[in-house]
Write a protein that binds this ligand. Structure first.
Ligand SMILES: Nc1ncnc2c1ncn2[C@@H]1O[C@H](COP(=O)(O)OP(=O)(O)OP(=O)(O)O)[C@@H](O)[C@H]1O
Ligand SMILES: [Mg+2]
Length: 656
């Protein structure tokens, strides 16, 4: 068997060669016999066998034309291969002009998407439908250089009667596949076709040379695209520090992404991105969509995530997508424990009681509330608690994180849009968050991140109590209770010119300032126990006991991440404790590393003996739930003595 990509090595004996090939074809097609192994090349025979299986008619004179003009325009409009290859082919054609040859570019399905050649040859080739838009895959046109090089994945020359279909016998063609430089997938092929009587072995070299140049250019182009995608990511990151951003290329491979996005999507690595059903549906819908530019949002409710999607364009071509991930807001359900005065809010310290009392008072008055406090202090739980306490409790509670949504999407998110306001938007138009929250409460979370130009719109809505959708002029009256939240210092933002003072005064009718956990440490035992119980239920484990020295450590630690940090530590401890006891060893390393530091912060005034006494009293206060008579009884001292010691050891904050 002859293993060669070339049909001929020299032109010396061409007429004889053509005759021999014709015989082979007759033997195979009419007599259904395989020609002698010295007579036929391996790849040609393999291809003939495939064509037989596809039931291609060997007497076929023309290949079918598949795509109409509109389909074709769409196909090349999207084709990176086309835009990169077309000028290169044009250039090469200048060198072969007048040699009675045609150069074609086909896509990976064997459809001719570009053709350049001498007119007289073009006319002759038209008889077999060798034209733009025609399908030259093996299935449609039998063995031919285009279809066979794509099927075999390598360059090949096909001469005269090596073509499976009789209509192509007067021709010789040489083709080489083009591979995507990054994915290495075949994306199309280049072919050089001419009359078989003037066949040359070097045609295949020309074609291979051409595909090399195209692949090089595709590579440069890919770097250009990758660079642009990287830049898009960096720009978004610098503007939207709070959001989880992913940048994907046109085929939806992740190019850049924040690591936290993995946690939000509940996957361990990017290869699993599309494994979830709802995500797979998103992928298919994105690949199918031609909207240009593209803006959309997608709720992946089973993962509790909302994704804002926007296409990335370069030189008016779509080159990728940005995903901005935001967690869908979810809240604790009602809890009847007497400790909880506001739904979902745990806290019995003096500081918390004061603030809960205020929250209850404002809950039924429709004035804007501004919740401030460090990250993780419970602003969101409070906002929901206020809503649930109010007469609006059965109406929607809608939250929007102004920091997580790309700035240019916030307007449509908040105010909605009319049909036709956006390409790629919902054709029926869409309600904004204000309309969704009608009758209920709207939480504008991370209000400090709201862009300045939008702040004036928001101010108007607060004053007029009506909104106007984008693309409409009709005001819609609304009854919405606004709660804003931020961990930023708004007064400083105002000084820096990043927040409007008039909006600040509108929003800040009542400010509830949530204390950091280090200022209400007496809530730590209660919070730890409630979290242990709640998380044990979630993870279907028995409720563990918490060792005193764990609470002692919690008490000394400063909790920079506030309640969120405590909740995370407890989740780890609930999962990894042994024998149903949370000991220091059950805690995550990140916090245990701080233990030495926390314990070394001793009160310098106290002797070791006094330190011990202080710890003992603190432990008893905890064990008796703050019942001081019982503590005094156990210590066998008078209550007045106990009060003196509590004062001396500064233990008042455990009791507050
Ligand atoms: N008083 C509380 N009782 C029970 N759980 C709480 C309380 N405060 C906060 N949490 C829990 O702690 C976590 C963080 O709270 P939340 O998201 O409300 O904080 P935040 O102040 O909005 O933080 P950020 O500024 O980072 O958005 C949540 O899981 C919440 O359920
Ligand atoms: Mg929050």
């Amino acid at each position: 068997m002859v293993h060669s990509q070339l049909a001929i090595y020299s032109t010396d004996d061409l007429p004889h060669k053509l005759k021999q090939l014709e015989n082979n074809w007759e033997v195979f097609m009419s007599e259904n016999k395989i020609p002698g192994p010295q007579n036929i090349r391996t790849e040609v025979l393999k291809s003939w066998k495939r064509c037989k299986q596809y039931n291609v008619d060997p007497l076929q004179k023309q290949s079918p034309i598949l795509i109409d003009e509109n389909q074709f325009v769409e196909l090349i409009g999207k084709s990176k291969l086309y835009s990169v290859s077309q000028p290169i082919i044009e250039n090469l054609y200048e060198q072969i002009r007048g040699t009675k040859h045609l150069i074609t570019l086909s896509d990976s399905d064997g459809r001719i998407i570009y053709l350049k050649g001498d007119y007289e040859i073009e006319d002759q080739a038209q008889e077999m439908n060798f034209v733009i838009g025609a399908d030259w895959s093996e299935k449609a046109a039998g063995s031919n250089a285009i279809g066979t090089s794509l099927a075999a994945g390598k360059p090949i020359q096909i001469l005269s009667s090596e073509h499976y279909c009789q209509g192509v016998h007067p021709w010789v063609c040489s083709a080489a596949p083009i591979k995507d430089p990054l994915s290495k997938k075949i994306i199309g092929c280049i072919d050089l076709t001419g009359p078989s009587a003037i066949a040359q072995p070097h045609s295949l070299t020309v074609v291979r040379h051409l595909t090399n140049i195209i692949e090089q250019n595709l590579l440069t182009n890919s770097y250009h695209i990758l660079e642009h995608l990287q830049q898009t990511y960096d720009e978004l990151k610098s503007k939207n520090t709070a959001s989880k951003i992913m940048v994907l290329d046109e085929s939806l491979h992740v190019i850049h992404a924040d690591h936290e996005s993995l946690d939000l999507l509940k996957i361990a690595h990017w290869a699993q991105l599309w494994s979830h059903d709802e995500m797979l549906r998103l992928k298919n819908s994105l690949l199918d969509s031609n909207a240009h530019p593209y803006k959309w949002e997608w709720d992946v409710s089973s993962l509790g995530v909302k994704i804002f999607i926007q296409s990335i364009e370069l030189e008016s071509k779509r080159i990728g997508f940005v995903f901005c991930l935001e967690k869908l807001y979810q809240y604790r359900s009602a809890d009847s424990s007497s400790e909880i005065a506001l739904q979902g809010v745990i806290g019995a310290s003096r500081a918390m009681k004061t603030i809960i009392r205020k929250a209850k008072i404002v809950s039924n008055v429709n004035v804007p509330v501004l919740l401030t406090g460090e990250s993780g202090t419970g602003k969101e739980v409070f906002a929901h608690g206020i809503h649930k306490q109010s007469s609006r409790k059965d109406k929607p509670f809608i939250a929007i994180n102004c920091g997580a949504i790309p700035q240019h999407l916030i307007t449509s998110e908040l105010f909605g849009y009319e049909s036709g306001a956006f390409t790629g938007g919902n054709p029926k138009g869409k309600k904004g968050k204000f309309e969704e929250a009608d009758g209920g409460t709207l939480l504008l979370d991370e209000i400090g991140e709201m862009p300045l130009e939008l702040q004036v719109h928001l101010l108007r809505v607060l004053q007029e109590k009506e909104i106007v959708r984008i693309g409409s002029s009709k005001p819609i009256p609304l009854d919405v209770r606004i709660i804003a939240a931020t961990n930023k210092n708004l007064t400083r933002l105002i000084e820096d010119g990043r927040f409007r003072s008039d909006l600040y005064y509108r929003l800040n009718v009542v400010e509830l300032q949530l204390p950091p956990l280090r200022e209400r440490k007496s809530d730590i035992p209660l919070l730890s126990e409630s979290f242990a119980a709640e998380l044990a239920k979630t993870h279907q484990k028995p409720i563990p006991a918490i060792d005193w020295n764990v609470l002692q450590f919690f008490h000394r630690y400063d909790w920079p991440g506030n309640i969120r940090e405590l909740l995370n530590v407890m989740e780890y401890a609930v999962l990894f404790n042994e024998n149903n006891r949370i000991t220091l060893n059950s805690l995550p390393h990140s916090i245990l590393d701080k233990k030495e530091e926390a314990f070394s912060r001793k009160d310098k005034r106290l002797s070791t003996l006094e330190e011990k006494e202080k710890e003992h009293i603190a432990q008893l206060i905890y064990e008796t739930n703050g019942n001081l008579s019982e503590v005094a009884r156990r210590l066998d001292i008078a209550r007045t003595t106990l009060y003196r010691r509590i004062k001396k050891y500064n233990l008042g904050n455990i009791l507050e």
